[in-house]
Design a protein around this ligand. Structure first.
Ligand code: F6P
Length: 326
């Protein structure tokens, strides 16, 4: 196996709080192990356009507490084509980059998998997404911070919901995964969560209203995962207006504020551990794996497994929410 002297690092897809902590960890762990580091800007786009800069330890000073990503991020169409990946590979070689560390969600790790297969480039992935939808790791970088942001917002919404005795549908992110909605609902004491994982099997609105929803309460909050599968919060509010006109309904869409903010301690520690473990993996000759944490241990999950498997929602969490919202 060819010796690795220089690694390239990029962030791709939706940004997530803790990505900067991960960039810092990868950079410093690499330098600590005698490797040189190059920062690639705007995700795979920077590989295609050659926006690449050498990173020293000082380049990642004072960023552990910052949300967003100093490397910027993008979803790059060109990299999805063989022609785009060829340009990316040529640029990478011209820059002397021997291996890549990619921080991002499933789309970004899919890009890394395809690139690694096509050009035999060692790639290591770090799960960076607020959606928590990557299989093989207990949590992803950014998820805990987003969850706490949701909690803060829902606590505030509860004040007005209680005062006006209203039913609120609060839409949260997650793409096609319900982790933010379900755990956000448990943590904020919400009455229910509508999540994509169950959207095809049951009518979740009818389900929780039939289950005694609001029997003993004069205000209620329901978290809805934004997804084509659920239809989103507006869809449920419209339905309630028609089907249960006795309720005074309002909608809050939390949107992109969930992606910002200073990362929590959990996300900073996770990002630091994963970043250091990515360099351990490279030094050990591993390639084409996502680094995760499972049962508080570092694990290396082959890209195929991390991307293709659906991360299951625990039924126990659904039961907890139902039992505690009476
Ligand atoms: O994947 C992260 C995420 O924030 C999803 O939760 C959301 O569906 C999507 O990205 C939004 O993407 P964009 O920032 O491109 O609107």
């Amino acid at each position: 196996m060819a010796k690795i002297n220089c690694i390239g690092i990029l962030t791709s897809g939706g940004d997530a709080p803790g990505m900067n902590a991960a960039i810092r960890a990868v950079t410093r762990a690499a330098i600590y192990n005698g490797l040189s580091v190059k920062g690639i800007y705007r995700g795979y786009k920077g590989l295609v356009t050659g926006e690449i800069k050498e990173f020293k330890s000082q380049n990642v000073s004072n960023i552990i507490q910052q949300g967003g990503t100093i490397l910027k991020t993008a979803r790059c169409k060109e990299f999805t084509t063989p022609e785009g990946r060829k340009i990316a590979y040529d640029n990478m070689k011209a820059e002397g980059i021997d291996a890549l560390v990619v921080i991002g969600g499933d789309g970004s790790l899919t890009g890394a998998r395809v690139f690694a297969e096509e050009y035999d480039v060692p790639c290591i992935g770090l799960p960076g997404t607020i959606d928590n939808d990557l299989y093989g790791t207990d949590t992803t970088i950014g998820y805990d911070t987003a969850l706490n942001t949701i909690l803060d917002a829902v606590d505030k919404i509860r004040d007005t919901a209680t005062s006006h005795e209203r039913l609120f549908f609060v839409e949260v992110m997650g793409r096609d995964a319900g982790f933010l909605a379900l755990n956000g609902a448990i943590a904020s004491g919400a009455e229910a969560a509508i999540i994509p994982e169950f959207s095809t099997d049951v009518d979740q609105l009818e389900d929780f209203i039939k289950n005694g929803f609001r029997k003993s309460k004069n205000s209620s909050i329901v978290l809805v995962a934004e997804s084509e599968l659920t239809g989103g919060a507006m869809h449920y509010a419209e339905r309630v207006k028609k089907e249960y006109p006795e309720y005074d309904v309002r909608v809050t869409i939390l949107g992109h504020l969930q992606r910002g903010g200073s990362p929590t301690a959990h996300d900073r520690i996770l990002a630091s551990r994963l970043g250091a473990a990515a360099i351990d993996a490279i030094m050990d000759g591993q390639r084409n794996v996502m680094v995760g944490v499972h049962h508080d241990e570092i694990v290396y999950v082959p890209f195929n497994k991390a991307i293709k498997n659906d991360k299951p929602i625990k039924k126990e969490l659904v039961n907890v929410l139902r039992a505690l919202s009476i």
